[in-house]
Design a binder for this molecule. Sequence first.
Ligand SMILES: Cc1cc2nc3c(=O)[nH]c(=O)nc-3n(C[C@H](O)[C@H](O)[C@H](O)COP(=O)(O)O)c2cc1C
Length: 178
Amino acid sequence: MILIVYAHPHPGHSEANRVLLDAVSDVPEVKVHSLYHQYPDFAIDVPAEQALLEQARLVVWQHPIYWYSVPSLLKLWFESVLVRDWAYGDTTALAGKDCLWVTTTGAAEAAYSMSGKHAHPFAAFTPAVEQTARFCAMNWLEPFTVHGAHKIGDAALAEQGQRYRERLLTWLADHGSS
Ligand SMILES: Cc1cc2nc3c(=O)[nH]c(=O)nc-3n(C[C@H](O)[C@H](O)[C@H](O)COP(=O)(O)O)c2cc1C
């Protein structure tokens, strides 16, 4: 099973993530799990989340970038679900599972450079999320990022949706029906 842990704080207002999600939601074995739908009060059901994760072979974390990081409910999810002696320590329930980080940014890629508006390449903001996965002994896959999500236009966005779909289909082809 491919579990997409989707963390959009305002899913009804999403443009970019909605297009991406629509492009992959009918891929075989994909389960979309929208955290902000499931937990509007931020009261995360930790055993239920862990049970879902245990069934997955590929875990996708998909969200818009908020303040160079993950939206707050996903951060709380990291803190509550990925706990000692389940995710790391005596038990490593996620060991060997693949992890794909799928994000959209408002800023164009050029703004993520030393001389750009955000003063750092986008890769400077990825280590905390990457290391969260690696600390849980997951396999970190090449992240999937859509920059300038506000301005790229419908056609380019649809293309990104297809690129995302291809990523998941290729992963499935490489991993059989595990
Ligand atoms: C609170 C907040 C913080 C944001 N922080 C960033 C940021 O740090 N970097 C960035 O490029 N875009 C930032 N954005 C823009 C979002 O990433 C962008 O609106 C989103 O990726 C578009 O996807 P959507 O159409 O699915 O909402 C922020 C937006 C909001 C509302």
